[in-house]
Design a protein around this ligand. Structure first.
Ligand code: PLP
Length: 351
């Protein structure tokens, strides 16, 4: 095995794309006005309008948790309910930041395979009525879906539109956690507009850190009216960067010439090749079809041990009866050689 590190633990273990590093170098080479009053942020605003084929409002932030928590706070009152999947990042991985930023709001959880819920289950949950007068209940305010989901699955644009229709009937905003939206767009061959506002999404957390950036995400509002108080919330939450150009430059480098979709397409293709090779080995079982850049699978313990002994990094859990559960995630920088090397080690350990 070469000295190259193979790390399929997550897509945030990847480095940063050369385009992003070059953009940061350019941003660092001259002074600029602070707090977004700079040429990079201006270009990002213009490019975001082009990418989404309409006037949008885009706000760079540093983490996906901030993007989710701040955007949900903008569309939910303190007594609001945000409906999401039980496996959603906002429920499982954000230390109650959404509830905190909303000011005490509540998440209501929906179930469904592959971390997706259906429009029907959302409607059914909303239509459960309690005999107590409305003033006693937290008030439904928003729905949040994750695209691609926490296990790499996809909502079709029709499924999103159906969820949006339920939102419309109940006066709820539709939020999308798009930490991996690029992977979804690349896999589905739709446009960024079709993937979001044309399917009824009101506000988007747009990921970049897992897809080429060093550390940058953004909140995108498709209805500028809904963005009215976001700037105050962002500042109050400590996410108004004084040198914002460094966040904007990263996002710009990703969005320019569709690079974000090329990066995601590479990650998806590498995941498909990895899954195809692993599937042919005895004792390996994929839990569900690989739709983007992430897979969950059962591996024979000796195979996982051989891979890890050779320096391949990935998460495993639930040891028992000679098998392990594993998650493998590819990224913009995964190469065909990485996949071949990983498969080679796995094949040699397979009996
Ligand atoms: C990675 C990720 C985020 C963002 O996480 P941060 O660590 O806060 O940047 C948000 N949602 C999903 C689904 C993610 O996978």
């Amino acid at each position: 095995m070469s000295n190259r590190i193979i790390n399929f633990a997550s897509d945030n273990t990847a480095g940063a794309a050369p385009e992003v590093m070059a953009a940061l170098g350019e941003a660092a080479s001259a002074p600029a006005m602070p707090y977004g009053d700079d040429i990079f942020t201006q270009r990002l605003r213009d490019l975001a309008n082009q990418v989404f084929e309409r006037e949008v409002t885009i706000f760079p932030v540093a983490t996906g948790t901030a993007a989710n928590a701040l955007s949900l706070a903008t569309v939910s009152p303190p007594y609001g309910v945000v409906f999401c999947h039980a496996a959603a990042h906002i429920e499982e991985d954000e230390c109650a930041a959404p509830e905190f930023y909303i000011g005490g709001g509540k998440l209501a959880l929906l179930e469904g395979e592959e971390a997706k819920f259906s429009a029907e289950s959302l409607r059914a949950k909303l239509e459960v009525t309690s005999p107590a007068p409305p003033v006693h209940h937290a008030q439904p305010a928003a729905v949040s879906i994750t695209q691609a989901t926490e296990v790499g699955a996809l909502y079709s644009t029709d499924e999103i539109a159906a969820i949006s229709a339920v939102c419309g009937d109940h006066g709820l905003a539709l939020h999308m956690d798009g930490a991996r939206l690029a992977n979804a767009i690349a896999a589905q061959g739709v446009t960024p507009a079709e993937a979001t506002w044309k399917a009824g999404v009101d506000v988007l957390s747009l990921g970049a850190t897992k897809n080429g950036a060093l550390s940058a995400e953004a909140v995108v509002f498709f209805d500028p009216d809904k963005a009215a108080d976001f700037e105050f919330r962002r500042k109050r939450g400590g996410h108004l960067f004084s040198k914002m150009r460094f966040l904007s430059a990263q996002l710009l480098a990703c969005l320019e010439q569709g690079r974000w979709l090329d990066f995601a397409d590479n990650a998806n293709r590498m995941a498909a090749a990895l899954a195809k090779g692993l599937q042919q080995l005895d004792g390996v079982r994929l839990w569900f079809p690989v739709q983007t850049n992430m897979m969950f699978l059962t591996l024979p313990e000796p195979m996982a041990a051989a891979l890890q002994a050779a320096g391949c990094q990935f998460y495993t859990w639930d040891a028992g009866e000679g098998v392990l559960s594993a998650r493998l995630v590819t990224s913009f920088e995964t190469t065909a050689d990485d996949v071949a090397t990983f498969l080679d080690i796995a094949r040699r350990a397979s009996t």
